[in-house]
Write a protein that binds this ligand. Structure first.
Ligand code: SF4
Length: 421
């Protein structure tokens, strides 16, 4: 099989391919070759980013030797849309130890093959549902205008209009278009302080959080208004507490319980989901008892030292997260994990063994592979040293499927196969 050519950028961010060298990838801190079969065409909706402060590494095809590209040349990474799992990071080294950390994105290795860009990734789920280009121009703007006019008092719609039009958040857009999964941000506080939190970073952090947390407390009336409007327009739709523009939703569990009860008094249509870190077990049990349909727990590792180093949890640990998932599954809630994955860490033997045990113990039904959005050096300097054998990201997904019968591996929240009784 033909190998792609190396892709790099100059200091103006112009992307070009090398006429001879082949690309490298990275798994954790290790540079590596990439097998021809591990490349796929650049997906629709993906974007390319040049990586300041880096020096790109290529392979001489005649000798197999790895070489640094000289001059003003930089690495390029692809930012993948939903539906794709990154297999390798771009092949580069930082130009200096004090190079600025890269912004919070999930950088993937890129190549050039037969006139097109290719990426080192796996097509893990149907990308069409979350393809940003599937929404016609002007459609969101018109829907936002209409909904804001129909719900002038609802501050949540006003907040989500910024998310939809400003950040381009797909879940916020769905909320105005009445399709698929709608957003219900509710909380500005969190019981964790993740290293790569996308809604809040400490003042001294070297990069800003891509989103800003909502700064008001939506009322139960405002929440029920958004939930009922979405479900009436889309009886198979999902409404989700826990969005990128907030903290931990379960910190406001009494209002979530009330909202679920008020919606279920009016309709049995639609699906009510919560995206959570799973740490507040008792409050989340109350939310389950109120009639929750789906629960997605965000997790980076089942190993306490790694989990604690990344999440910096306040007053809980991985065992609480497991207890939350176990209870929800026992009560018939369709449970999934939002698995923050990173080549060279996730596919370590000890991580995979611990996660297989966690999945079996908690009865999780779906693993959503989420490419971790963070500067690789910044992340790896803040977690325990990785030890075990590297298995490869594709193998990780195969192992989950073979070791946990009935488990699905995908990329985003799906309508459950059966409705909770
Ligand atoms: S659990 Fe979510 S909101 Fe809380 S710190 Fe982590 S990423 Fe941020």
């Amino acid at each position: 099989m033909k190998q792609p050519k190396l892709v790099y950028a100059n200091a103006r961010g112009e992307v070009m391919n090398h006429h001879r060298y082949l690309p490298t990838g990275r798994t954790g801190a290790y540079l590596t070759d990439i097998e021809p079969a591990e490349w796929i065409p650049l997906p629709k909706g993906a974007t390319l980013a040049w990586l300041p402060g880096t020096r790109v590494i290529g392979v001489r095809p005649d000798t197999g030797e790895m070489v640094q590209l000289e001059g003003d040349t930089y690495a390029v990474g692809a930012l993948l849309p939903q539906g794709f799992t990154r297999l390798y990071l771009p092949g580069y080294v930082k130009r200096s130890r004090d190079a600025e950390p890269l912004p919070l994105f999930g950088y993937t290795a890129v190549g050039w093959l037969d006139g097109e860009f290719v990426v080192a990734a796996d097509a893990t789920d149907n990308p069409d549902l979350w393809d940003p280009s599937a929404i016609a121009d002007g459609e969101v703007e018109a829907a936002v205008e209409r909904i804001l006019a129909e719900h002038p008092e609802n501050r949540l719609y006003a907040h989500l209009s910024h998310c939809a039009l400003g950040y381009g958040c797909l879940t916020a857009k769905n909320t105005f278009l009445g399709r698929l999964e709608g957003a219900l941000p509710i909380s500005s506080t969190c019981n964790a302080a993740c290293v790569g939190c996308i809604s809040e970073q400490p003042d001294d952090a070297p990069f800003p959080s891509p989103q800003v947390r909502l700064n008001f407390r939506p009322t139960v009336d405002e929440l029920v208004d958004v939930m009922m409007t979405h479900i009436r327009r889309n009886p198979q739709g999902i409404v989700s507490f826990g969005q990128g523009c907030e903290g931990e939703p379960a910190t406001r569990w009494p209002d979530i319980v009330q909202s679920i009860r008020r919606v279920r008094e009016q309709t049995s249509d639609g699906y009510i989901n919560i995206n959570t870190n799973g740490g507040l077990t008792r409050p989340l049990q109350a939310i389950v008892d109120a009639g929750l349909d789906l629960m997605r727990v965000s997790i980076i590792s089942a190993l306490p030292d790694h989990y604690n180093a990344y999440y910096k949890p306040r007053g809980y640990g991985v065992e609480n997260v497991a207890a939350t998932l176990r209870y929800a599954a026992e009560q018939g809630v369709y449970t999934s994990i939002n698995y923050l994955v990173f080549p060279g860490v996730t596919d370590r033997e000890e991580e995979v063994e611990a996660m297989v045990e966690f999945l079996r113990d908690t009865g999780v039904r779906l693993v959503q592979m989420r490419n971790l959005n963070i500067d690789p050096e910044y992340y790896m300097e803040r977690i325990p040293a990785q030890r075990g054998e590297l298995l490869g990201m594709k193998q990780v997904m195969d192992i989950f499927r073979s070791e946990c019968p009935g488990l699905d591996v995908g990329s985003y929240t799906h309508v459950p196969p059966v409705r909770r009784k």
